[in-house]
Write a protein that binds this ligand. Structure first.
Ligand code: 2AM
Ligand code: CA
Length: 267
């Protein structure tokens, strides 16, 4: 690892510790899939176990920091200047089905700006990380977004909608519209954090998704920006500031992709 940052060191240590139990839990899934009970409850407890280990590790370093997490909500509410934003398992449905495409995602926010972040895929042993002003990395190597110039040639990824979404039809139409504008079929890999990380390292050229939560994307923001990509949070919901519509891509195709997704919806 080239980046020598105290914050990144704290986060990566927490990720490594939590991932040991996460990998063990993932190994159990196969057995549970064939049992009558199924892995549902087990996954919820794996999520909680992972989150507990991460919180303990982060609190050892900074007991006074605020924390926003998927499972436990907000901790140390009063501190809004220094906050960890945690998603213990992003890609829960993949995890539940024994599909090795999920990640731990942890961002660090200072005065409302994400300053550093880590997305760790414990199965492929891929650690994506970045700190403001110091570049983005995958394990020991610097990463950059792709150089694809035209949206038509781009490989894009998206996610959702959930069954409960009130705008399912709109999301499906948007998917069709984007699909009709590009040559390769749009991918759906099921982990928002890894989708953004893959844009940051040039595997995908762009990503968009509506109705995400802040913890799905917090670490990805800085990793993508430091890799030279652009990220937009469009049509914000002022009533629910932790809900996010996200569009992320390399710099070249960003305008074309934004025109397709954002402008249409504010007409
Ligand atoms: P999760 O696995 O932690 O639930 C799947 O499309 C990706 O989007 C996953 O990263 C999933 O996170 C995330 N996601 C979060 N909220 C979502 C929503 N309302 N609809 C669809 N996906 C959502
Ligand atoms: Ca998530």
């Amino acid at each position: 690892m080239r980046l020598n940052s105290p914050k990144i060191n704290i986060i990566t240590k927490a990720c490594m510790k939590a991932s040991r139990s996460l990998i063990r839990d993932f190994g159990e899934i196969e057995n549970l899939q064939v049992s009558s009970k199924g892995p549902g409850d087990f996954v919820t407890s794996a999520d909680k176990r992972t989150e507990k280990i991460i919180i303990e590790e982060l609190q050892k370093a900074h007991p006074d920091y605020g924390i926003i997490t998927e499972e436990s909500g907000i901790i140390n509410k009063a501190n809004t200047n220094n906050r960890w934003i945690i998603d213990p398992i992003d890609g829960t449905t993949n995890f539940l089905n024994g599909i090795p495409q999920f990640a731990i995602s942890i961002g660090y926010e200072e005065e409302n700006e994400i300053k550093c972040g880590v997305i760790f895929d414990p199965i492929k042993n891929e650690m994506f990380f970045a700190e403001k002003g110091n570049g983005a990395y995958l394990n020991n190597s610097r990463i950059r977004v792709s150089n694809k110039k035209k949206l038509k040639d781009a490989l894009l990824v998206t996610g959702g909608p959930r069954q409960s979404s009130k705008i399912k039809e709109e999301i499906f139409s948007e998917f069709i519209k984007v699909s009709n504008s590009i040559l390769s079929p749009v991918r759906k890999f099921g982990s928002a954090a890894l989708d953004v990380a893959y844009v940051a390292c040039g595997r995908f050229d762009g990503y968009w998704q509506r109705e995400l939560s802040y913890w799905d994307i917090a670490a990805g923001i800085i990793i993508l920006k430091e890799a030279g990509g652009f990220i937009d949070f469009f049509e914000p919901d002022n009533e629910a500031p932790l809900k996010k519509n996200v569009l992320a891509s390399n710099a070249n195709i960003h305008d074309e992709l934004s025109d397709l997704i954002i402008k249409k919806n504010i007409e």
